[in-house]
Design a protein. Sequence first.
Length: 183
Amino acid sequence: MNTRYKKQAVKRYVKIEKIKYRKYHIKDFNLLIKLIYPKRVVLNPYHKLLEKTGSFSKVHLELIKETTANFTILNEMHRDQDKYGRLYTVREDLNNAIYFLQNELKLKEQDILLGASTRWFYHEIHWQFYDSVFTSREVALQLRKAKSTVYHHLTELVDRELVEIVGKRNTAYIYQIKAKSEH
């Protein structure tokens, strides 16, 4: 008995056309979910709210809608369904999709992803110190906030690239509000 035989190659992949401007990780994620769950339908009640904000173009809205639907499908065990088996998107799926797409949508410079208190803090320092440099102590005195609170918010804003460190005065950093770039 001859046990030597050649295994047949089985192709188990889908050929995807390579396009120069294609964002591979996002498109591949969306394509993978479509291949795994081809018949799942998702209802997104937040899509109309995103359209009303006016912060996104139609292409970006479509990308957010598709990615949100895919996050909903991935979390289907924890999502409500209607009598037809359609899944309802929750706010968590939308937040995950926007966070996942923040570099794609250039949201890093925008204050959309900030929490409520950090967004309030950013708008206050933007109003107070729009075109001047400031230290964390000056902000704490002006806004009547604790130093630790100011430090927490300023580090978050520096990470989000909304505020930049421009120098140092003794032991304190000097901050400046970064000019917003137009899309």
